[in-house]
Design a protein around this ligand. Sequence first.
Ligand SMILES: *Cc1c(COP(=O)(O)O)cnc(C)c1O
Length: 378
Amino acid sequence: MKQSESAITAVPLLDLKAQYLTIREEIHAAMDRVIESQHFILGPEVEALEREVAAYSHCDYGIGVSSGTDALLVALMAIDLQPGDEVITTPYTFFATAGCIARLGGRSVFVDIDPLTYNIDPAGIEAAITPRTKAILPVHLYGQMADMDPIMEIARRHNLIVIEDAAQAIGAEYKGQRAGSIGQLGCLSFFPSKNLGGFGDGGMVVTNDAALADKVKLLRGHGARPKYHHKLVGGNFRLDALQAAVLRVKLKYLDGWSAARQRNAACYRQLFAEAGVEVGLPYDAGYGRHIYNQFVIRSERRDALMTYLKAQEIGTEVYYPVPMHMQECFVGLAYKAGDFPASEAAALETLAIPVYPELSQVQQGLVVEAIAEFGADF
Ligand SMILES: *Cc1c(COP(=O)(O)O)cnc(C)c1O
């Protein structure tokens, strides 16, 4: 492909610049407001964002934190996870989910995913419960919520806490309930590639539990109350005002962007059907709003397809190539290949293709065309 053509046909996995340009003036005004105030850590911008994101997530409380990872860490600290405590979660997720459990000395007890939704299969949870189980940590992967009714029912019966990893699912719904509002705590990420992405790291813990909200808030600032009097050993998990100001601007557009992702997903389904491409498409479980943080296709020839699309300058990514039970750092958990076949197969066969809101139909056509060509060629 010639250089001049590649500039026209290239389809990135995500185009943050395109989004920024649509709200440039507002973003600059918001950042200027913070810069003029010289109030950089927590403060009124963060408090306003906390109220707005909590309301958006159908929660009474929001506590802004430094990242989605820190949201998970501080949530697990808030439920007083102790060394040796077990947390039931999915092996098919971003590292932070299991990483935070391990950092507190907890043990991840993995339950395989439903091969259609890629989310934890509730049918496997009960058998994984032991006297040391403290919590269940479902992940709403790719923007579709886990099957929460059976998870909450099991949790209630066994007196377990549920923490939702909603890093990829802000605004997603399960039977009318928003991500983060069903379990005792919900963890959001504002990493730039998430549906609501900041200009750096950021996250939030949302909850309807006043006591847990207060504890997360305490832990976020080194457990100090008042200043220099430390009730708990917390950390610096604070969100800064510049991020909050940017995120407050973006939050107003989030519904429109998530709707655009849904439109793009529907467009892909139609284009793939018309082209007769036999690639696996995302399964919509019908729980309600899927926010398509990723549009993940599936092919037994995934690696060859990925290489082919790279040559066509179409951005793709594998989320995630190595399930958590097969990570080197978790050898101590003593799992082995074959323990979670649905997760292992997904790690080998799935591929995210561009679905970001500003993606045009022409670009989507190029993606589908390239995948159809691959199907014909190999
Ligand atoms: C992004 C993500 C996180 C971590 O969020 P950061 O803001 O990057 O720390 C945790 N869990 C899942 C499922 C994620 O996708």
